[in-house]
Every structure is written in C-alpha cells, then in structure tokens.
Design a protein. Structure first.
Length: 161
C-alpha cells in the first residue's frame, strides 16, 4: 500500500506475464485483478474497523436464541456492519471510476469512465467529455447523499447507548 502505484501495477503486469503469456493480454481479467489489488485495502479497513467495534454479546445472544453461524452473521453482523460497507464503497467508488492508469498500464482500453472521459477530451469533443463527467459527478453526489444519511442515523443511534 505504501509503494508507488505505478511500480505496483508494473510489478503486477510482470507477474501476470510470468504466470501465463496469454493472461497478460486479457482485458477484463486484468481490470478485475488490477483494481482489486489496488483498492482492496481501502475497502477492508472501514469494514474491519466497524466489525471490530461490534459487541460480542450480540452474537452470543443470537446463538443463545438458536441462530446458527450463518444466521447470526446475516441477521446480526451484516446489518451492523452496513456503515463500514457504505464507507468503504464511498472511499473506493470515485478512485475506481476515475483510475484509468490500471487499464492503460495493463491493457489499452476504455472500460471505465475516467478513461472514457480522457478519450473524449483527447479527441477534442469537449461537450461529450463534460457530459460524461457531469454524469459521474451526479452518481458520486447520489452515493454521498445516500451514504451520509446512513452514517448520521448510526451516529444518532450510537449516542443513545
């Protein structure tokens, strides 16, 4: 996580080339591997922080009431970890949508909005690039509004205890 981004992606490209020659030129697989490698820590940390703050007696109470491991997870842990999931999604969404370095280094393509916006601007289609940027801004604002309301609700609920 502390190594330069371009160095990590270059190393990942070499690893993919070393594993299998044809794997290095598969655009969808490279996108998934590269984006996961890049943004997984930023998704795990908020979820881990939220789950580590959960009260263990809630899971114990669910098991005492007859819930199995999966049912206790689905009915207790997962709903209580929603703020961490929302925080992780909001931390990962904007960089993932605008990060075209992974795609340019692993495979030249325009699969995500950042690369698509860049291709419009490089072709001097300012109106098209600006419109796609506005759509991205609207999506980000929508996620921020939805995520902010959930976090405020949890903050109010947590202050009552």
């Amino acid at each position: 996580m502390w190594i330069n981004f371009s160095l990590r992606i270059t190393a990942l490209k070499e690893i993919l080339t070393f594993i299998e020659g044809n794997l290095a030129y598969h655009p969808f697989l490279n996108t998934v591997i590269g984006m996961t490698y890049d943004f997984l820590p930023f998704m795990i940390l908020p979820i881990y922080t939220t789950i580590s703050r959960l009260d263990g007696s809630l899971l114990e109470a669910a098991r005492d009431l007859g819930a199995g491991e999966m049912q206790a997870f689905l009915r207790v842990t997962l709903p209580l970890s929603v703020p961490g999931i929302i925080s992780g999604v909001s931390m990962v969404f904007l960089p993932a949508m605008t990060n075209y370095v992974v795609l340019d280094m692993l495979y030249n393509s325009t699969y995500i909005m950042g690369s698509l916006i860049g291709s419009y601007f490089s072709a001097y289609n300012w109106h098209g690039g600006s419109m796609i940027a506005l759509v991205l801004l609207a999506i980000i604002c929508l996620f921020t509004l939805l995520g902010g309301g959930q976090e405020d609700e949890n903050a109010r609920g947590g202050s009552l205890l």
